[in-house]
Design a protein around this ligand. Sequence first.
Ligand SMILES: [Zn+2]
Length: 497
Amino acid sequence: MRLLIAMMKHETNTFSPVPTPLARFGHGPGPLYGEAAVNAYRGTGSGLGAYLDLAERERAEIVLPIAAGAPPSRPVEDAAFEHMAGVICEAVAKGGYDGIMLDLHGAMVTESLEDGEGELLRRIRAIDPTTPIAVSLDMHANLYDAIIDNATVVTGYRTYPHIDTYDTAKRAGEILLKAMRGAIRPVMAWGNAPMLPHVMRQGSDDHPNRELQARCAAMATEGALAASLFTGFPHADISNAGLSAVVVTDGDRGLAERLRDELLDQAWQDREAFVYRIEPLDQSLARAKALPPPTPGEGPIVLLDHYDNCASGGTMDTTIVLGAILREGLDNVAAFAIYDPEAVQQAIAAGIGAQLTLSLGGKMKMPAIPGDNPPLTVTGTVKTISNGRFRNKGPMGRGVQTEMGPSVVIDTGKVEIALISRHVEPSDLNCLLSLGIDPMQKRYVMLKSRIHWRAGLGALAKSVVECAGIGVCTSDYSELNFTKVRRPIYPLDLPNR
Ligand SMILES: [Zn+2]
């Protein structure tokens, strides 16, 4: 058996100013290829790790031309897309495969295309019209016809935080292997609903996504080979942004359509619960100040700077929430993180223990949203200097190497501020531990995150206070100028009937 396995992942925030060249994909200077990619992902809890395990179990010969994944940012540069798709298609053209297994995101927009994954699949099918293709996607996929039309089986994550990336790819891979042997004949039905669920309301521990994902899982006992509900990624001004569903059955198209419609109907019924209500920042911080401090053994109060989540395309260099924390005099705080490679280098030059005054953040302009992004002047001591490298503790992406780039911690006396040189969302405890910050010793931890922080710190947090700051993953969707998304769409247009 011969399998082609590849990864190409990017969640595109079309409102983000953060550039997406090829160098953003992967560790250090760019993606990984061939043997280096196999070594980096084998044995990890990633989608690629699942495909590699399946291949090993089947004693299959594998070809892994490229593993490329970048944190969310603006549309992918055409040259980067052409390179990644080109490397995959070149490998496809060599032929002789029994199956193709792809670990994709589903919300990749390029400078020229709304649907990067659909274009990749179309190109693969043009070269090889018959080899079965498995695709595993993120729950934030914005689905298009081309993805479904050119794949044999498509599966999506059922958790947010995404702690089932491995299981999702394994599900797709197992179905593919059965189809390759002729034991099943997968057919798929997909569709979308005219709604943009708010990211802050998409967590799979919360109503209504909890029930929707449970329903997807239960459909396995009703004839679905796989059922997936994608909450979609709303920070993308493209026609198909938003909620969708795909159901795979063994040759029964009617059943696939019925189950798909049930998922879409259930999501539509629950649309109001997907709307997020914003609390003004001063109220949030007053609430945080009034909360009793953690008792020994209790975790910190999490202050969520959710407008500036780099894993949704945020610049990670806005300082409105951090500035308010300093101004309000909150004590025993850790803040993760401000992305500011220049400030990091200044702190490294000053050295451990040095006191210095830095201008933090505010370096990236955000023309797509209203308001300024001012820098913040901070005086403190350099507490930590690190290469910013660690392996994820998990459960999200367990074992996968994460690169924050050169990183430092500046201690103002009341607040320890992590500064990093590559965009990393604090979804893993090692973000903090690797920099010498123990969240269990902190009264407050400020995180630039929306839902994924729960993977690493959710079980520890005493409570959470959501803080409205500024950023291109603004929770106020009226700040975003949608021109291409299909209309009408809830909650932008449709009355809540
Ligand atoms: Zn996602």
